[in-house]
Design a protein around this ligand. Structure first.
Ligand SMILES: *[C@@H]1O[C@H](CO)[C@@H](O)[C@H](O)[C@H]1NC(C)=O
Ligand SMILES: *[C@@H]1O[C@H](CO)[C@@H](O)[C@H](O)[C@H]1NC(C)=O
Ligand SMILES: *[C@@H]1O[C@H](CO)[C@@H](O)[C@H](O)[C@H]1NC(C)=O
Ligand SMILES: *[C@@H]1O[C@H](CO)[C@@H](O)[C@H](O)[C@H]1NC(C)=O
Ligand SMILES: *[C@@H]1O[C@H](CO)[C@@H](O)[C@H](O)[C@H]1NC(C)=O
Length: 954
């Protein structure tokens, strides 16, 4: 028996015992029973009155009228008990990817429901027929689930319905229309939106669904398996603005009367089997986006009437047997942005004319029969593509328009007159440069009427619209950011949306529920011309810790109800049940302990895949480490960083260790910490600091590393550690660092991107070998099939790859960029970003390859030594290649290694040689003399094969 059933039983008893039990308790019982099959309901769903501030619940007269729990990480199934919430008007469970199972029949009992939104969950099975009983329903969105089976005829009974979105499911069968007593979609006279795209619907488009009685503005039937003709009734629906019938198997001719549809902005009929002649569409005054590509039209001379479509932004007529010449009047249409006429029989001369639209960006005439091009010298701002035309057989002067490079789309919201903040952990710098945890997801425009997706104005309009909408609903939003726009194969314009909280660095649950609802309920309306949209949110994981209550606190419901329900005769039963309950609690407590210490079972030997491959790293107890680090005394404190402090310690065998002890504020989640340990224990290379073990006990997170004697490269460069780094030593440090990185990128499987390469994170051992440390931000490529991962931008300003910053796409080349900055630092010993001066700019500005030292005398660190700097030019060249703007122009780390090896060779040094250790311990040396073993200026004794001067034993 489950706990919730127990509670429900108690409630029934309560109802029987306490005379006339209130209906509100009925809603409580229903919610508790829903919670039995739903995981991750809000932690504050405790107590006996759901109307008393339960998150996502609204009430009227002590009855539940609204449940909105979007992007809440809800998992499990929606139980049939939902039908008992008889006063419910709004139900929004969108963006809960783990919400699965069927939509229960009993949904039909919610007679007062006006709004049912279940976007982006994993519901499956058929849409229940009973949905037709929801007589008050205005808004029905079941899109982006796994519903299968037919669209129920009964939906036609929803006479008030104004929004119907069933897109992106696996619905089959025909589009239901009425027939005698049976209802159908043609009865939905108030519906403005039929969004049925991306399903498996088949059969003809029934002529009945279009009539002059319909009020439709968006008809989206794309990407189904519909056959037969486009019904001529389509021309009767004067209100239409967007018509997408593309990617079906429609045949026959395009009915000429669609010319009557004077409000249609988007008409997409591509990828069908339409035939006959194109009708004259001159009447469609609002038409901006016309795509009839890939059909079987009769061969046709390029129609002159295209040039009369005053609103046209986008004309796509790929593979439609168009022939003859394109008149230059087409390009004079003032809104024209894109013309794609690939794979036709267009011949003669292409002439864009001199007064072409200043909005024009792309003219793609690939695979036609064009023999000459009037504007041979290029057309400013317009990409012309004439690949695979006779003109491209000429040998000269055709390169610019005969290569088939695709124009890429890019945009990301820029900082609002501020410098992006450097944020810790998962936080992101908002457009107002404040670190916070944004609410994120994908915004998809299903039929934008524009096509110049690089025009920033459109994104700004969206950003402003969103902000206005959030503000007018008093949501605590600071700013929004859009990024990574892309057009998917079904012509949706998708982009990432980040919504940043105001006042705090995270949203509370009420905040995300409200933002989610504003987008799922279409309360936000995009500007005109943006067409229908949907939003799919990611799970939000950054509620404050106070809201992350443990599961056990929920059971306080029971106490309250027991109190209410106790009556003499049920006492014995209660005692019995209490026993059961106690047993369950014990189980739960055990589970909780397991969850709170993911390492509990690491040391037990089981061939369980959950146990990480730890190889050499071991688990230390807190007491052990405390002893080794002399109670974490001041003396043993050897440094600190954003994460906390580093202590030096000595193992009983005398080996020195460095203990990284996380501060409370910067502790990672258990699983994150576990992941980091697993990651670190996978890598073994002499140029990487190795992990010896870890401690996860008594609320501490500590990592135990080998002790690297000579501190960081940064300290050495700024002269803090008394180490003299001459040119050859610098080359060696660069080589070691490069080797460590090349290992991470090229030899570890899956590869690891370090993400925070900087001089602070390169340590020098007793032989001045470089050892790369601090994998705190490292990203394993394990989850990505492609060669990049999309992540929140992290790293250190000055070293951060600008391309990664803009695109948020992390590749190995971002490390290469940071490494390039580090090379410049090796040359100059300057901080990469100092008083507004950026080292990359400084060096590239000063660079003059005709001069000695490339003209960098002024900038080169004097401590580098006055002797000839073998390979200096090559080193500078390499560093400039590493900091190329575009990742693909940067070398791979493996290539960098080879080049630096060559530089060393040409300086007469064998890069394969290990430099021998000079002393067993730096401390022993320094005790006897105030000078550092490496502060000598002596030249190398090459004959002895020792690049470093010998130090006399003390
Ligand atoms: C298209 O129709 C308009 C009127 O509807 C007419 O004036 C025009 O000549 C027609 N154009 C073509 C090319 O048939
Ligand atoms: C272009 O093609 C059309 C129709 O196929 C033909 O009538 C015309 O002569 C061709 N023009 C040129 C310049 O080749
Ligand atoms: C970008 O789009 C806006 C809005 O449609 C328009 O006013 C502006 O001229 C466009 N800018 C460019 C460079 O095409
Ligand atoms: C959630 O945040 C909003 C605004 O930041 C605040 O007004 C509200 O009181 C918070 N709600 C809870 C339950 O903390
Ligand atoms: C949902 O959106 C509609 C408009 O699309 C609006 O009228 C309604 O008030 C919204 N519902 C709520 C509860 O805000």
């Amino acid at each position: 028996m489950s706990e919730r059933m127990l509670v429900a039983l108690l409630l029934v008893l309560n109802y029987l015992l306490v005379a006339g039990g209130e209906q509100a308790n009925g809603d409580l019982a229903t919610l508790l029973s829903l919670m039995d099959t739903l995981k991750n309901t809000p932690p504050n769903w405790v107590g006996s009155d759901p109307c008393d501030g339960w998150e996502g619940i609204k009430c009227k007269n002590s009855r539940v009228t609204s449940i909105t729990l979007s992007s809440n990480d809800l998992a499990g199934q929606l139980s049939g008990d939902i039908g008992s919430l008889s006063e419910l008007e709004t139900l929004d469970l969108s963006y809960n990817k783990d919400l699965t199972g069927p939509l229960p029949q009993s949904i039909g009992e919610l007679k007062k429901l006006t709004t049912l939104i279940l976007i982006g969950c994993s519901f499956n099975g058929p849409i229940p027929d009973s949905i037709g009983n929801l007589q008050e329903l205005l808004f029905l969105s079941l899109n982006s689930n796994s519903f299968s089976g037919p669209i129920p005829h009964s939906i036609g009974n929803l006479s008030k319905l104004h929004w119907l979105d069933l897109a992106e499911n696996q619905l089959q069968g025909t589009i239901p229309v009425s027939n005698g007593d049976i209802s159908g979609l043609d009865k939905l006279h108030h519906a403005k939106h039929f969004h049925l795209g991306k399903n498996n619907l088949s059969g003809r488009i029934p002529p009945q669904i279009f009539s002059s009685e319909m009020a439709l503005i968006h008809v989206l039937l794309e990407s189904n398996q519909l056959t037969g003709n486009i019904p001529t009734t389509l021309g009767l629906v004067q209100s239409l603005e967007v018509v997408r019938l593309d990617s079906n198997s429609l045949s026959g001719t395009v009915p000429p009367n669609i010319n009557n549809l004077i409000n249609v902005q988007d008409l997409l009929l591509s990828n069908n089997k339409l035939s006959g002649f194109l009708p004259n569409l001159t009447g469609m005054n609002a038409l901006s986006n016309l795509d009839m590509s890939n059909n079987s039209f009769n061969p046709l001379d390029f129609p002159g009437w295209f040039s009369t479509l005053k609103s046209l932004t986008t004309l796509k007529m790929e593979r439609t047997q168009l022939q003859g010449q394109v008149p230059n009047s087409l390009f004079r249409l003032i809104n024209l942005q894109t013309v794609v006429l690939k794979d036709n029989l267009i011949n003669g001369t292409l002439d864009i004319g001199s007064s072409y639209s200043n909005r024009l960006r792309l003219v793609d005439l690939e695979t036609n029969s064009i023999v000459s091009f009037e504007q041979n010298d290029g057309v400013p701002n317009v990409k012309i593509i004439l690949t695979d035309n006779p003109i491209c057989q000429q040998s000269e002067g055709v390169e610019s328009y005969c290569s088939s490079s695709q124009a890429s789309i890019s945009y990301s919201t820029q900082p609002n007159h501020c410098y992006p903040a450097t944020c810790s952990s998962e936080q992101i710098s908002s457009p107002n440069c404040i670190c916070a945890y944004p609410y994120t997801g994908t915004l998809a425009l299903r039929a934008p009427s524009f096509s110049d997706f690089n025009n920033k104005t459109y994104y700004s309009m969206l950003e402003e619209g969103l902000m206005q909408s959030f503000k007018s609903h008093f949501l605590p939003v600071d700013s929004v950011s859009l990024s990574q726009p892309n057009v998917d194969s079904t012509k949706y314009l998708k982009m990432n949306l980040q919504v940043f909280p105001s006042g705090q660095d995270h949203f509370n649950r009420t905040g995300t529920l409200s933002i989610g609802f504003l987008l799922s309920n279409q309360t936000f309306k995009p500007p005109k011309g943006f067409g229908p949209f949907y939003f799919l949110a990611d799970t939000y994981e950054h509620y404050g810790s106070s809201e992350r209550l443990t599961e056990s606190s929920k059971s306080s419901n029971i106490g309250i109800i027991i109190g209410a329900a106790v009556g003499g005769s049920v006492l014995i039963l209660l005692l019995l049940l209490a026993g059961l309950y106690a047993f369950r609690q014990k189980k739960r407590a055990e589970k909780a302990i397991d969850q709170s210490n993911p390492f509990r079972r690491w040391d037990t030997v089981k061939s369980n895949t959950e146990i990480p491959q730890l190889k050499e790293a071991r688990m230390f107890s807190f007491e052990e480490l405390k002893k080794y680090a002399k109670k974490f005394s001041q003396d043993n404190d050897i440094g600190s960083g954003g994460f906390g402090k580093v202590y030096k310690g000595t193992l009983p065998n005398g080996k020195l260790i460095a203990i990284k002890r996380a501060q409370k504020e910067s502790m990672q989640g258990k699983l994150e910490f576990k992941a980091e340990i697993e990651l670190l224990s996978r890598v073994h290379h002499k140029n990487l600091v190795s992990l010896l073990g870890f401690c996860f006990e008594q609320g501490e997170q500590m990592l135990v590393y080998e002790y690297v004697q000579n501190g960081s490269l940064k300290d050495a460069l700024i002269g803090k550690s008394g180490i003299k780094l001459d040119w050859i030593r610098r080359l060696r440090v660069a080589l070691g660092t490069a080797r460590g990185l090349a290992y991470l990128h090229e030899l570890v499987n899956p590869p690891i991107i370090h993400r925070d390469i900087k001089s602070n994170n390169v340590l020098l051992d007793d032989r001045l070998n470089a050892k790369v440390s601090d994998f705190g931000l490292s990203k394993s490529m394990v989850d990505s099939e492609k060669d990049h991962v999309t992540t929140q931008v992290k790293g250190t300003m000055g070293y951060l790859d600008p391309e990664y910053y803009m695109s948020q796409q992390l590749t190995e080349k971002s490390d290469v960029y940071s490494f390039g900055v580090l090379m410049l630092e090796l040359i100059t010993a300057r901080r990469p970003l100092e008083r507004g001066r950026y080292i990359v700019k400084e060096v590239s500005n000063a660079l003059d390859k005709t001069k000695e030292l490339y003209g960098l005398h002024e900038i080169v660190d004097p401590a580098i030594g006055l002797s000839t700097l073998n390979g200096f030019d090559k080193f500078v060249d390499m560093s400039m290649r590493c900091v190329e703007e575009s990742g693909c122009d940067r070398p791979k780390m493996g290539d960098v290694v080879k080049e630096i090896e060559n530089m060393l060779k040409s300086a007469g040094i064998n890069p394969i040689d290990e430099s021998p250790s000079i002393s067993s311990s730096y401390e022993e040396v320094s005790r006897g003399s105030s000078s550092h073993p490496y502060n000598s200026n002596e030249t190398f004794d090459m004959s002895a094969g020792l690049p470093y001067p010998k130090v006399d034993p003390v």
